[in-house]
Design a protein around this ligand. Sequence first.
Ligand code: ADP
Ligand code: S3P
Ligand code: MG
Length: 189
Amino acid sequence: MRTMSRQHIPVRAKNIVLIGFMGVGKTTIGKLVADKLFRDFIDIDIEIERRYGMTIPEIFAQHGEGYFREIERHTVIDICDNKQCNIVSLGGGAFKQEAIREKCLDSCLVLFLDLSWDRWKERMDLLIENRPVLHNKSVDEVQQIFDERQAIYAEHNARVTTDNLNPEEVADYIVEILKLGWELHEPLS
Ligand SMILES: Nc1ncnc2c1ncn2[C@@H]1O[C@H](COP(=O)(O)OP(=O)(O)O)[C@@H](O)[C@H]1O
Ligand SMILES: O=C(O)C1=C[C@@H](OP(=O)(O)O)[C@@H](O)[C@H](O)C1
Ligand SMILES: [Mg+2]
């Protein structure tokens, strides 16, 4: 049960935050949604790489996962506190941190991009190189992480099933549900 009070931000001004497992399409789809809504796009991993001058694999290799999680937390909280109306794609592990979950759920609209394990597995070879969390893991070990991670994505404002949809179709669907939600909350006069 969350104890912090929700911030009063008009629903249309809230950042839209995309969560979900590595490789479900948060970065690809977030950019498309931002373009369709004429909003700015922030990918937290790209933002970290820009701010710290290193790639994500370099940060993991030189400083370890603990340091990455710390700067990930600072970056997400800073964006939530200082930006509005943006489309923000998180890294797949960000929601492991309670402080990130609390901040996003209090101040943003959180959309969970869901993909079944069977569809995800077909994409695995594409993903491994740039995702240190997947390095030196068997398929069974990755499936265990995939299963464990589902619990951290359970808190969200809306779930979007992406199986059998291409990124463009997922982005169109998200734009539709956002517009519907905005109209329901704040009808246009
Ligand atoms: N709906 C989709 N269908 C097929 N491939 C996709 C889809 N969404 C993303 N991809 C592909 O999966 C890979 C990972 O996408 P990415 O946006 O980086 O995911 P994430 O940010 O969630 O890790 C990319 O090669 C991307 O083109
Ligand atoms: O799930 C994770 O622990 C991670 C996901 C990655 O982002 P994507 O979900 O965009 O691949 C990136 O933040 C880092 O490699 C760690
Ligand atoms: Mg990404």
